[in-house]
Write a protein that binds this ligand. Structure first.
Ligand code: AMP
Ligand code: MG
Length: 557
């Protein structure tokens, strides 16, 4: 067995005293029963927890590059020990499974203790790059944090989590990873639409992989319970293990200044993550503080979605359809709000809390500069010029909002737009403008969800915006090849469109999981043309417009 474990979280932080038998890979049945008993866990960062043993696990998909990162060969990933370990059937000797204690603000309200209700951390592996990777099974049974729920996950939500984590990684967006997707061979009952009509669905487990799964909520729960010594201990642990570069060179103790620097770094990373979501059109859907990673990674893929028609008020989450708290356009503000909750939580460990406000300001500044940088790249400009580009981009968004335009396709077509008349002088001629309007409408036709061929208002708006864009691009002086190269790297061609995930789900539920691997393959190179795979770049077909799973998702998973 090639995996090398170093279980720092369990070794260095206090455990729930109930059912706490360290290093026990063969717990007694009473320990197991206790580990599945819902309770409030005080004075601890985690509880020991043991996965259920599914009767007929089956490997449905593997992310080879994640296996490689952990040092696993293709033969090993096909072995029986691999299937047993990552389905929870038979743990490896060095694994010390545990569930973390955390709380969170859900939809703006403090929700108390939440915790890993259906996630069990198996242990921390030293990867081939010397990095440390926590392995975590999602959907492998109840823990003390499961409350009234079963700790399980269904195939549909597991496919979505598996594929999206990897898709985001290949897009260059900070994210947790996924090693494998395993079908449990067992049925899980879910009331998918919350309409009193539960049905049995196939169960599945995703093995998630990240340097750490610590969330804002891990700190919030300790602050809410006034467990300040433990809060300081957790802060120290996270800084020492995941942010060692912030420690003073002279000593390795975490003082006030280091905690402040750490909060600033979280603000900076969170801003970068959100800008990346906005760049690719990702909507998380449940940005509760328990779903915010302390490392600035995208975490917990639930009712997420991808913006198709550019509508900043769009949210995939039906639970959020009323308030739209977590819609696409709100994500930057919500991340700020979440960071403010984290600041409140860690404030008791800091001398002067105004330094935390500085962190929030840093978030705003980073957000602004990164976003401008990202938009400049999306438009193929060598750099952002606020004076010219702020109105240009505002008007672009106005244009995109004015009718149903696919965001991904729009930027693809913008990259391939070759102006008919590049000379600004030629643009004043009205006949030329007429033909340019027709050209523009024709060129962008592929990004429209409705027939816009007679939409003269859109044609005028589009042509006028393109004229300004061409002039800006011309004055920028960027060589055409560089402009294209910038745009190509900033604008994905292939994203995990909601309907694509749904097709893979339906086929897998019907017994054929092959489309999951096929999609993963396409999503490995989201910026490349891949002509043979063009069908995976198609914008949402009409049948998917209002179909559940494609346009709307519930939290049921
Ligand atoms: P989420 O917003 O989906 O990330 O989940 C919020 C909380 O509910 C977390 O503490 C989860 O662990 C818990 N949870 C969600 N689904 C289940 C389930 N099926 N069984 C146990 N706990 C769950
Ligand atoms: Mg969660």
């Amino acid at each position: 067995m090639p995996l090398k474990f170093a279980n720092r979280f369990v070794d260095q932080l206090p455990a729930d005293p109930i059912a706490n038998t360290p290093n026990s890979s063969t717990p007694t049945s009473s320990e197991i029963a206790l580990s599945r008993q819902p309770r409030q866990v005080r004075g601890a960062c985690y509880s020991r927890a043991w996965p259920l043993k599914p009767a007929h696990p089956k490997l449905l998909c593997l992310a080879d590059e994640v296996a490689q990162l952990l040092g696993l060969s293709p033969e090993e990933t096909q072995s029986s020990w691999f299937l047993n370990a990552f389905s929870g059937r038979e743990l490896l000797p060095e694994m010390q499974p545990f569930a973390m204690c955390y709380g969170g603000h859900q939809f703006g309200h403090w929700a108390g203790q939440l915790g890993d209700g259906r996630a069990i951390n198996l242990g921390e592996v030293i990867g081939t790059d010397s990095g440390r990777w926590m392995l975590q099974l999602k959907g492998s049974g109840p823990t003390p944090y499961s409350r009234q729920a079963d700790g399980l996950a269904v195939l549909r939500s597991s496919i979505r989590e598996f594929l999206c984590s990897e898709a985001m990684h290949h897009l260059g967006v900070p994210t947790t990873r996924a090693l494998c997707l395993i079908g449990t061979g067992e049925q899980v009952v879910r009331d998918m639409f919350y309409d009193g009509r539960p049905r049995r669905e196939p169960g599945a487990i995703v093995c998630r992989v990240a340097p750490s799964f610590v969330r804002f909520g891990n700190f919030e729960i300790l602050a809410a319970r006034q467990e300040i010594d433990l809060l300081k201990q957790l802060i120290d642990y996270v800084i020492l293990t995941d942010f060692p570069e912030l420690l003073p060179t002279s000593h390795r103790t975490v003082g006030n200044e280091t905690i402040v620097a750490w909060f600033h770094e979280i603000c900076r990373r969170t801003a970068i993550m959100i800008v990346e979501w906005m760049r690719v059109g990702f909507v998380h859907g449940v940005m509760n503080t328990d779903n915010m990673s302390i490392l600035g990674l995208t975490i917990d893929y639930g009712p997420y979605g991808w913006l198709e028609d550019y509508d900043p008020t769009w949210t995939p989450n039906t639970t959020d359809a009323q308030g739209r708290r977590y819609c696409y356009g709100q994500q930057p503000q919500i991340a700020y709000w979440n960071l403010a909750q984290l600041a409140n939580a860690i404030a008791p460990c800091i001398d002067d809390s105004t330094s935390l406000e500085e962190g929030l300001k840093l978030y705003v500044e980073t957000m602004r500069s990164e976003w401008q940088n990202s938009m400049a790249r999306k438009l193929g400009l060598s750099s952002w010029d606020s004076h010219q580009d702020s109105p240009l981009v505002e008007d672009l968004f106005e244009l995109l909002r004015s009718t149903e335009i696919d965001m991904t396709w729009f930027y693809q077509l913008l990259a391939s737009w070759t102006p008919t008349h590049t000379s600004p002088n030629a643009l004043s001629n009205s006949t030329t403008s007429d033909s340019r309007r027709r050209d523009a409408l024709g060129h962008f036709q592929g990004s429209f969800y409705r027939d816009e061929s007679n939409n003269t208002e859109l044609a005028t708006q589009l042509e006028s915006w393109l004229t300004r864009y061409e002039m800006r691009s011309h004055n920028d002086g960027i060589p055409s090849a560089n402009r294209l190269a910038l745009m190509k790297r900033a604008n994905p061609r292939f994203v995990l469109r909601n309907y694509l995930a749904q097709q893979a789900i339906e086929e897998a539920e019907a017994g054929d999981p092959s489309r999951i691997s096929q999609l993963l393959n396409v999503l490995r190179n989201p910026y490349d043309e891949q002509p043979a795979m063009q069908s995976f770049a198609e914008k949402r077909p009409e049948w998917a417009r209002n179909k559940p799973g494609c346009s709307t998702l519930s939290c049921s998973s």
